[in-house]
Design a protein around this ligand. Structure first.
Ligand code: GLA
Length: 725
């Protein structure tokens, strides 16, 4: 795939640019009036396949202005286009009329970095090519650089916008959608990942309809409710076939994504900043860079889309030494002890964990200040010496002596009103003078848009990380923003607060992760409230959800996998009855679900029987046997928990010679035939052998399937196949 010509073909006379990679092309054109138009995004085409004919766009009779019918690549306000603008600008005269005309275009090797923002990267310049298109609004002096990158092998495309004020009066950015893509049809379905705390990222699919469909977060985090992702697909597309177009916003703050079908039944998909909580004043000579959007087209259904996202995010978004490494089997004490622990209890848990093969002990909330419940001490990141008399350094040494790595929970973006930090700096939190400071979980959010707050967090986290031999950090963020207007900003800049917070957070994360490159960082936000590509750039894994119930986890992990690789998902075996749902699922099935993620335990091992501890030890051995396959293998969704009582997924090694099939049932159905699961992505003409010696022909496994016997509620099985010859 790819490589038969340059990824970006330029046709100067036709003023057309064709970005191609894998089996995808994306075509841009500049018309005679110097407007940037979108001609195509879909299956790969040669560079000369498409040209622009105005007659294709204009009906014989219409009262609408021609510009409303054009497939504008960067729609703007005020001269005949009526939807959400990709670039919305209010000028110093108070109007928002903007007129972007083409100036020049340049092809660049590789992919330029987006300073201060998370972004997909290349490791060598020949992996991708970029196109920089300059446009200008002459009256205001606004210059826009639309930056595109296309990956040669996969066809993944990134889009971002650089806005520069070359005029002599300030401009106000009121809307910014780095991706805004028109489709010449509306016979499509829309897919988004909707949820709530403890039930994040459910797959929702709905027919595209007239009018506008919008998802958004204004919470100052990407949020539990919607994920910064939207896809369109053909009505008959399924997991395995059909066209799907996906947009994923590489950002962790508030966002919006919309799908609008206009009066001509054309559809426009856009994603970017949420104008309810974002605007930005651009002084003369200042510039603003938008976060980027990743666009992926698949002609192989939703699995095809997801597999491309997984490969890209796993290898060209995640960074650092943990990117390509097996992740340690961990035990986290949160659901095992909550706040009720002391050093002896932790060490006895650690001892038991070491005995069953666990590799990392994570000390969760409650080790600092005087925190014995969630109502105090955030901000006071010094060890509670009543609970841990010898301090963190000595505890880390004891953990290491048991053969365990040691990690810690931190929630550095927060402050409790009952904390020394708050008493010293009551003005450091997000607040509005004269209004109550709205508490959530008894805490307030530090104003990370302020440089001194960023520096405080960098220094306090660095000193905790230097005070003990820490191998891992769980970086939590447990509430959404209120009164999100920084005290330091002037009135016309107040709506910059949320984005400035994100830039501040990214600066903090970049500094801390660079200073401690060996530490494994896991992001968390009340479970999966900030499960987005932005956080993945800094931290290779994310706590998927506070819901650890195995049956619910099937939906959680299945839905999350639409965009995110399994290597990003924390997955723990917890106690029964489950603390979130009250449901009891066997240890076998809890293990078989958690094995399909970054595996851990989150329970008091003292509550397990001798038999259960033996089972847990075997489970850990199994995790270690398959974890490279689950981390780096191709993930296939086979049977959906959203469609019926059975769920199946599989992991196929890169050489297709090793396969792990995972099958689960929820509520059993009487008098039902044994389940047949058809595998995908195998070598058709190779024999595969299971661990119990059964042999299956690859094509037969894919077309006839394998019979799987499950019995009772919440049963499950794992089958490991290896190519026989
Ligand atoms: C959040 C996290 C949990 C746990 C608690 C501790 O809810 O998602 O995993 O760390 O905070 O307070």
């Amino acid at each position: 795939m790819g490589g038969f010509c340059m990824p970006i073909e330029v046709n100067r006379s036709a003023r057309t640019w064709t970005l191609s990679g894998g089996n995808t092309s994306y075509v841009l054109h500049v018309d005679q009036q110097d407007r940037l138009l979108h001609l195509y995004w879909g299956p790969r085409l040669p560079g000369d396949a498409l040209s622009f004919d105005p007659a294709d766009y204009f009906p014989y009779v219409s009262f609408d202005l021609p510009v409303a019918m054009l497939p504008l690549e960067l729609p703007v306000c005020g001269s005949g286009w009526y939807g959400t603008p990709a670039v919305g600008i209010r000028n110093s005269c108070g109007d928002d009329v903007t007129d972007l005309r083409f100036v020049s275009a340049r092809v660049l090797p590789g992919k330029p970095a987006l300073t201060g923002l998370p972004a997909v990267y290349t490791e060598s310049a020949d992996e991708a090519e970029s196109l920089s298109i300059l446009l200008k609004d002459t009256l205001t002096g606004l210059r826009v650089t639309a930056l595109y990158t296309v990956f040669n092998a996969s066809g993944a495309i990134m889009r971002s916008l650089l806005l520069e004020n070359l005029g002599d009066a300030p401009l106000m950015i009121t809307s910014l959608q780095p991706a805004s893509v028109p489709f010449w049809r509306s016979d499509l379905d829309l897919i988004h990942l909707n949820g709530a705390w403890a039930r994040e990222r459910r797959i929702h699919r709905t027919p595209v309809d007239k009018g506008e469909f919008r998802i958004a977060s204004a919470r100052g985090a990407s949020g539990h409710e919607e994920n910064p992702f939207l896809a369109l697909c053909e009505r008959n597309a399924d997991e395995f076939s059909g066209s799907v177009w996906g947009c994923s916003f590489v950002y962790s703050g508030s966002f919006q994504a919309s799908c609008r079908v206009d009066l001509f039944s054309h559809t426009r998909l856009s994603i970017g900043m949420n104008p309810e909580v974002f605007s930005w004043r651009l002084e003369p000579h200042e510039s603003f860079t938008s976060p980027e959007v990743v666009l992926i087209y698949s002609d192989k259904g939703l699995n095809g889309l997801s597999q491309q996202f997984h490969a890209l995010y796993r290898s060209r978004l995640v960074r650092g030494i943990w990117r390509d490494r097996s992740r340690p089997v961990l035990i986290n004490n949160w659901e095992g002890t909550y706040f009720d622990f002391d050093e002896d209890r932790l060490l006895s848990l650690a001892q038991k964990a070491a005995e069953i093969g666990v590799e990392l002990f994570v000390l969760d909330d409650g080790w600092f200040g005087k925190r014995n419940s969630d109502n105090c001490s955030l901000g006071d990141w010094t060890v509670n010496s009543e609970k841990i008399p010898g301090g963190l350094g000595a505890l880390a040494d004891k953990m290491h002596a048991l053969g365990l790595c040691f990690g810690l929970w931190l929630e550095p973006e927060m402050v409790s009103p009952d904390s020394d930090l708050y008493r010293a700096h009551p003005d450091w939190c997000l607040h509005v003078d004269g209004r109550p400071r709205t508490l959530a979980r008894s805490q307030l959010i530090l104003d990370l848009s302020r440089p001194e707050v960023q520096e405080y967090i960098i220094s306090v986290v660095s000193s905790v990380l230097s005070s003990a031999a820490l191998d891992y950090v769980k970086w939590d963020m447990n509430r959404n923003m209120t009164e999100a207007f920084s005290a330091l900003l002037t009135p016309d800049r107040k709506k910059e607060t949320q984005h400035r917070y994100m830039l501040g957070l990214y600066h903090v994360l970049e500094t801390v992760t660079a200073a401690f490159p060996d530490v494994l960082f896991e992001s968390c936000s009340g479970g999966g409230g900030r499960f987005d590509p932005g956080m993945l750039y800094y931290m290779p894994q994310i706590w998927t959800s506070d819901d650890t119930d195995a049956a619910e986890r099937l939906k959680l992990q299945y839905g999350t996998s639409v965009v995110y690789p399994v290597s990003a998902m924390g997955a723990h075996v917890s106690d029964v009855p489950n603390h979130q749902t009250g449901r009891s699922v066997s240890l076998k099935t809890r293990g078989n679900v958690a094995i399909a993620g970054n595996f851990g335990f989150e329970l008091d091992l003292a509550r397990l029987s001798r038999e259960e501890l033996i089972e847990a030890r075997a489970l850990v051995a199994r995790v270690k046997q398959v974890r490279d396959l689950t981390r780096a293998g191709t993930f296939w969704r086979l049977l959906s928990p959203f469609d019926g009582a059975e769920t199946a997924w599989s992991f196929v090694s890169e050489d297709q010679r090793e396969v792990l099939l995972c099958v689960y049932s929820t509520i059993s159905v009487p008098n039902s035939a044994p389940l047949r699961v058809r595998l995908r992505g195998l070598l058709p003409d190779v024999w595969y052998k299971t661990e119990d010696g059964r042999r299956f022909y690859g094509a037969a496994l894919m077309h006839q399937g394998i019979t799987v016997f499950l019995h009772g509620d919440f049963d499950s099985t794992l089958l490991l196949f290896k190519a026989d010859r």
